[in-house]
Design a protein around this ligand. Sequence first.
Ligand code: SR1
Ligand code: MG
Length: 412
Amino acid sequence: MRFDRFFVLQPDDAIAYAKERGFFPVDAELESEEIGDGNINYVFRLRDRRSGRSLIIKQGGETARISDAFRITPDRVRIEYEMLKRYNELAPGLVPEVYAYDEVMHAFAMEDLSRLSIMRRALMEHRKLPHFVEHITTFLVQTLFYTTDIAMDPKEKKALVQRYINPDLCEITEDLVYTEPFTDAKRRNDPYPPNREWIERMIYGDGELRREVAKLKWQFMTEAQALIHGDLHTGSIFVDERETKVIDPEFAFFGPIGYDVGNVVANLMFAWANAEATMEDEAARLDYLHWLEQAIAGVVDRFRAKFLAAWHQDARDPLARGIGVAEDYVDRVIVDSAGVTGLELARRIIGLAHVKDITSISDPEKRLKAERTLLRAAKVFIIDRYRHLDGSAFVVTLKTAHREEEKAEKRM
Ligand code: SR1
Ligand code: MG
């Protein structure tokens, strides 16, 4: 057999593999394209010219695609496959279907979603997504609340904690999201050169910021609150005007719920900064920014409302029924989400894994302004996270940072 030992597939290998595994008949006229644009894995789209049927094969190598410096266990592919199956049960319709996992080739097959767009691209085209807030908050509550000790049998939950221990991928997040953006500890940060000096002064030079980041990092490393996605940015979501599908849960493990919520919120803010910098028509720009602000606030507020509803309906722990217990719990999750919003904003600007929303801003002055606005907001989200308890507080921090950056620009 050709596929009884691991190697990284090329597009032609993927055709042979898909036929051998029975995903297509041997006489199918397959075309194969590697379409992965993430930092870590390889993604092949296979399509039968005759029937039009298509399928995705996703494969993980022993190092990250972005750099061989990241050696990461291929067991992450098993985690991703199992998570997608679990999500199909917890949040049906909001993830792709998955078909088969191969532990030798570190690959699995899943539904082709190419009728949809990667959300980051859709937002950079300034498309409004009328159902996104409802879909993503349902996804968040279904996958997060229902994997906490409040909703699960604690022993079953502990067995899952063991099953989804994910040390290599957690290490990437601990380094790239928590440590390096605030210290440049491994000397591999990659700030936009005209912004380097500002970042050294305003970010690396801020002791209070580092102290609060340290608390958030220990929380990420120790709080097995729920089975989180672990990388829920807008490159991990497919959308159109009707559908939303979450992909890529290879960073999943039992961690703080706010990590997922904060990632969604921060990535809507990257879209906000992109629209602010690139939309020339003022009326269209203001309209789109308003839609994004409503989406940011909506994610926080609808998450909170649905989380409380799920709690009041399905909490199993007798202590969870006490007056105010659910509200205190969800308030803390929102505060944690604010902290993570700040971390994600900072790391995508300062660290080595950037986002196109920002790097594609071609006017240097506008890119600087976008970056500094988001970094000012990031500091407030991290240091003053306790005063972010509802969606409007998140929007106020973003818009205040924008006004402050405008004032600072005028003083220069
Ligand atoms: C080496 S991986 C860099 C980043 O890409 C992934 O999507 C995660 O966001 C990770 O931090
Ligand atoms: Mg990914």
